[in-house]
Design a binder for this molecule. Structure first.
Ligand SMILES: Nc1nc2c(c(=O)[nH]1)N[C@@H](CN(C=O)c1ccc(C(=O)N[C@@H](CCC(=O)O)C(=O)O)cc1)CN2
Length: 289
């Protein structure tokens, strides 16, 4: 089994139909490509089909992405596919956005530093200076973009410029506590995710633990979701819960929630980096790792 240098991941989504898997596998076989892992799902509601196939060329060095695109093109056209080919050796790039809370950023940076999360982090952006030292410790460029009602549009324009300049593929709101405008959400559609500190759809908004405590819940949680104009309504990628009781104070909920938020966000970033996440209307398809 070759290392990452010869591993590829093919991701496909298209209207569901008979013969898709056979056509894809047949093309890969014809190109002498060895499938190491493959997952697929057809949604009976959206009538949409999703497939993720990992493969490597049998003969090292015999594979060309241009030739693959040429050969695969006929299959893609026949089924109306949206498809992408990802080289496993190329680390996807995630621009991180934070405010003052450091637990999600700290966790992502630890996994990045220890190579548990094979990604590239070109920049950390914040509307406060509190987390600049953490970025400097990891030698990651830090950009302070304050946000007020008056500067919001310019601040978001600068953030989008940084996404372009750093060529970040994804944007992660790692407890970034400003609501992004519709325009910015459109610019980042399908490539920006947020960690919300509740088990959505319960307790949307800025203070979910206070809402949870007031409601007297017995489970708290966290949700990683795509960012859309509708606050905390985006398609869900990952969720997790933690048991609490009548004795649990709001501060204890916030403390317990930190670990849940950090884990949920790290799992969502890992799933995106592994090319296992697909948008499926208001929902997602997330293939297991
Ligand atoms: N367009 C979107 N932007 C953001 C989303 C989203 O789903 N869509 N998620 C939030 C994160 N978040 C909850 O997870 C959240 C953050 C902030 C607020 C809020 O009301 N903020 C106030 C300002 C608060 C402050 O200055 O500290 C506001 O923006 O007026 C609600 C929910 C990130 N952005």
């Amino acid at each position: 089994m070759p290392g990452n240098e010869n591993q590829y991941i093919l991701t496909i989504s298209c209207p569901d139909a008979v013969g898709i898997v056979a056509a894809v596998a047949g093309l890969l076989a014809a190109e002498n490509l060895f499938i190491t892992e493959s997952s697929h799902f057809g949604d009976p509601d959206t009538k949409r089909f999703f497939m993720r196939t990992a493969f490597h060329p049998v003969e090292t060095g015999a594979f060309g992405q241009a030739r693959f695109a040429e050969q695969f093109g006929s299959v893609a056209t026949r089924f109306g596919m949206e498809w992408r080919l990802h080289h496993v050796g190329v680390r996807p790039s995630f621009l991180l956005m934070v405010s003052k809370a450091d637990h999600c950023l700290n966790d992502l940076l630890y996994r990045y530093r220890t190579d548990a999360l094979p990604i590239h982090i070109p920049a950390i952006v914040s509307n406060h200076l509190d987390l600049a030292p953490l970025a400097q410790q990891h030698r990651i460029p830090f950009f302070h973009i304050p946000v007020t009602k008056e500067t919001k549009a310019d601040s978001e324009r600068r953030m989008l410029e940084l996404v372009e300049e750093t060529r970040a593929e994804f944007v992660v709101l790692a407890r970034y506590m400003q609501v992004l405008s519709d325009e910015t959400c459109r610019a980042l559609a399908g490539r920006a995710i947020n960690i919300h500190h509740s088990f959505l759809p319960s307790f949307k908004g800025a203070k979910p633990y206070h809402q949870a405590h007031e409601r007297g819940v017995k489970l708290i949680g966290a949700t990683a979701h795509f960012v859309t104009s509708d606050l905390d309504e985006g398609p869900i990628i990952e969720q997790r819960v933690e048991r609490v009781s009548h004795t649990t104070t709001v501060d204890q909920m916030i403390a317990a929630g930190r670990d849940v938020e950090a884990l949920v966000l790290a799992r969502a970033v890992a799933a995106l980096a592994g090319r296992r996440v697909f948008l499926n209307g208001k929902r997602t398809v997330v293939f297991a790792d």
